[in-house]
Design a binder for this molecule. Sequence first.
Ligand SMILES: *Cc1c(COP(=O)(O)O)cnc(C)c1O
Length: 341
Amino acid sequence: MKIIDLRSDTVTTPTKDMYQRMQEAPLGDDVYGDDPTVNKLEALAAKTLNKEQALFVPTGTMGNLIAVMAHTHPGEEIILERNSHIFLYEAAGASRIAGVQPMVIKGMDGVMDPKEVEEGIREDNIHFPTTSLICVENTHNMAGGMVQPMNNLQELRSIADRYKISMHLDGARLFNAATALDCDVKEIAAHFDSIMFCLSKGLSAPIGSMLVGGQDFIDRARKLRKMLGGGMRQAGIMASCGILSIEQMPRQLKIDHENARILAEGLNNLSGFSVNLDKVHTNIVNVSIKDKMISSEYLVEKMKVKGILANPRGKDFIRLVTHKDVILEDIHYALKIMESI
Ligand SMILES: *Cc1c(COP(=O)(O)O)cnc(C)c1O
């Protein structure tokens, strides 16, 4: 049976070119700074985002945690959006390991109101923790891959500057955001002191994320990565794929977004589902189930039997994600199956 996996863009397997690069990559011990392929990837990531330095990390979760640790001291406070990945899905690493307290701001589709962010910054008072970091997510995963408007980022940046607070971007899907805005990733990165982006999602590398920022920040981050057990040896095997992720894969994202749009419109035309098309910005489609007697979990099980894999999102929604291993033909096939469900 044909299986179409729309659970996430993390399921992408390496491209043929990536397999070849893995075999040929010059390697060394990266903890000694000796892996030429990792060094090349880090230089490429820094240049691509127009920052001084970059660090190859095993996962986006570790990249975000290292960023929080490098920007803060234990006992301080960080501003997070209520539905952000760092707050919801990183097993409270920021609290438990970085030792910081989250100040949570509820955004509209993941977009925080700058006024509320400013109100969330603590005054200098003997009772209060110090606010030391604002985190932003772009694209916003829980909001269904929606893009943060550029003027919002600008406003947040000017607040951060006024209060001398750092800004970190959870840009797991930064390249999707830039693709949707038809801008360079540098333009988004310019608003942030540090950026994490994933190589292992739509960019299709098997493993890895990048943490990017200034020299001092990355020096601290490198030591923290070692402390957390993320110092890897011949990591060039994986970094070789990451280089292709940055050089070749961003153009794939445009196709993924087009496929998501076709999927969204097709589903919205079926009687059982509805999709808010205005909210489909990138490669994620949140689908609402019209029949309230059918739970998302039940629907996902039913789809699975027919070879379509998806993730439930709450009780009434399922989430579908397009990526390079799902071609247009698969989208049409999936729509046909969904019609019969
Ligand atoms: C996937 C994701 C992460 C974490 O990446 P992992 O490599 O899975 O640890 C962080 N933030 C967002 C928004 C994500 O979608």
